[in-house]
Design a protein around this ligand. Structure first.
Ligand SMILES: NC(=O)c1ccc[n+]([C@@H]2O[C@H](COP(=O)([O-])OP(=O)(O)OC[C@H]3O[C@@H](n4cnc5c(N)ncnc54)[C@H](OP(=O)(O)O)[C@@H]3O)[C@@H](O)[C@H]2O)c1
Length: 478
């Protein structure tokens, strides 16, 4: 069986790729926008086809000879109208699949009904409808899941951060809305088994474990984490206010907090029993078990994918941004590391940010992150997927990794709200750690911003390179 996996660099797709690779009889091809986001360790086991669903030619190439195609794509983070993009993307995909003679499309969307759906969910429903619209030409299995519980998923990061940081939780009215969570491993199992399903017609399969309110999600998660939490009902807390509150407590930016809160205003429970009927061997694990598994992955640094892995937003679209040229301004510091092993220095540079911070003037980094959050940016509490290792496409506080050459170069692209574009580069040149910041201002305000912030940049960047060398000197060799 030849399989095409789209969205293979996103939250679900990265994990499904690992699951599919466990079956050695499968012939797997990935459809990705940027091949560099796929780690080398997988490359010998699969084929990679680069392209976009907006580029029909690349789609036709990727779908050649494919039997089953997974559709795990959405445009939610895009700057322009995501609904329109989602529609076009699904139409292109469906038509290309039919033309290529694909037998089955497997799609994962959200739980919920049209009448009460948020804008985001409506778009997911429309995508499912488009993909299922030509049943005589191609079969579509459309899974619908609500809150997915897994390390690094946006919903779980929200639950985890609320529970861990707030001894007293102010509970808005929507906290009583019913939902039906599901653990990520169960989602992957449904998706995995669907390729072999003995069914010819289109199917909608709603998946979830037990029904509960969002309040129960918090209370049960706190129990798993060994914490006792008190809830105080605050019926006047509006969705907008709640979303604002969430951005300071959790790693998600305002746009995602708002979409999730909007989604929680209406019930997301299963509407059909097809999961039981067609997948009788899968018994979704109880919510508390899924929470415990997610926590153990976080504690053991085994987070395979993260909610901000995708480059959906234009500024995270990293392709072509690994070369920095045409700069307005650069600020470079070179530090001689003498007899220290270069790999140690590079590993130390790779460990910047996240929980351990930015070595020196950490408060300034955090303050900048706080300002960024207020104006809708990612801020610094987004953290990093793994405390030591990075891969291209990883987010790192308010940066995105856009180039990584082990032992040689790490290039970060700034995703914070800025009047321009900025990069931060670490490279090893002979015995020097060279740290360079680049900035391309947007208009006059961009130039004023750069000049006004120069003293702060000089301070933090000097402290940063100094801190990297200090850590390299003191850390043991691995
Ligand atoms: N995550 C959840 O908690 C959850 C819950 C319920 C349902 N779902 C559903 O599961 C599906 C996958 O979600 P996800 O969370 O994995 O999404 P995600 O992390 O945002 O990943 C989206 C993926 O789509 C790719 N992509 C976007 N536009 C593309 C285009 N035009 N051409 C080719 N690739 C494109 C992205 O590639 P780049 O890396 O290049 O950006 C990325 O790999 C969605 O339908 C979602 O509604 C997810």
């Amino acid at each position: 069986m030849k399989i095409l996996l789209t969205g293979a660099t996103g939250y679900i797709g990265r994990r499904l790729k690992v699951r599919l690779l466990q079956d050695e009889s499968l012939d797997l091809r990935l459809f990705v926008r940027n091949e560099k986001k796929v780690r080398d360790k997988y490359k010998h086991r699969l084929e990679i086809s680069e392209g976009s669903t907006f580029d029909k030619q690349s789609l036709h190439k990727a779908l050649k000879g494919i039997d089953v195609a997974y559709y795990l794509i959405h445009s939610m983070g895009a700057k322009s109208d995501f609904k329109k993009l989602d529609r076009l993307s699904a139409e292109n995909f469906l038509n290309a699949c039919i033309k290529a003679g694909v037998q089955r499309i497997i799609y994962l969307g959200g739980l919920g009904i049209k009448e009460t759906a948020s804008k985001h969910l409506l778009s997911r429903i429309e995508t499912g409808e488009i993909l299922s619209s030509k049943p005589h030409s191609i079969q579509t299995i459309w899974f619908r899941a609500g809150t997915i519980i897994g390390s690094g998923s946006a919903s779980f990061e929200i639950i985890r951060n609320i529970v861990q940081k707030l001894p007293v939780i102010l509970a808005p009215k929507w906290i009583r809305t019913k939902t039906q969570p599901i653990g990520i491993r169960d989602v992957l199992e449904y998706l995995f088994q669907a390729k072999d399903l003995d069914a010819k017609k289109n199917l909608k399969v709603d998946i979830g474990s037990e029904q509960m309110s969002f309040k129960d999600l918090l209370i049960k998660a706190s129990r798993v984490m060994g914490l006792k939490r008190i809830m105080i009902p605050v019926p006047l807390l509006t969705p907008n206010l709640s979303s604002y509150g969430l951005i300071f407590i959790t790693p998600v930016p305002y746009s995602i907090a708002k979409a999730l809160v909007q989604g929680l205003k209406s019930e997301t429970v299963i509407q059909n029993q097809n999961a039981e009927k067609y997948f009788p061997d899968i018994h979704p694990r109880p919510y508390e078990e899924a929470v415990a598994l997610a926590m153990s992955e976080i504690e053991n640094n085994q987070v395979i994918s993260h909610w901000c892995d995708s480059s959906a937003k234009e500024e995270c679209d990293i392709k072509g941004k690994d070369r920095v040229k045409g700069m307005f301004s650069t600020y470079q510091i070179a530090r001689d590391f003498g007899r220290l092993p270069a790999e140690k220095v590079f590993d130390s540079a790779q460990s910047v940010g996240g929980y351990h911070g930015w070595f020196q003037q950490n408060w300034l980094w955090r303050f900048r992150g706080f300002l960024d959050k207020i104006i809708g940016g990612p801020g610094v509490n987004r953290g990093r997927r793994d405390p030591a290792a990075l891969r291209i496409g990883d987010s790192l506080d308010f940066w995105k990794v856009v180039d990584l050459k082990k032992g040689k170069r790490l290039l970060l692209f700034a995703q914070m709200k800025l009047p321009g574009k900025a990069w931060l580069e670490f490279s090893i040149k002979e015995n020097n750690l060279v740290q360079t910041s680049y900035f391309i201002p947007k208009g006059l305000w961009g130039r004023i911003y750069w000049i006004l912030t120069m003293p702060f940049h000089a301070l933090v960047f000097r402290g940063l390179s100094k801190g990297i060398l200090k850590k390299a000197q003191t850390s043991p060799m691995v």
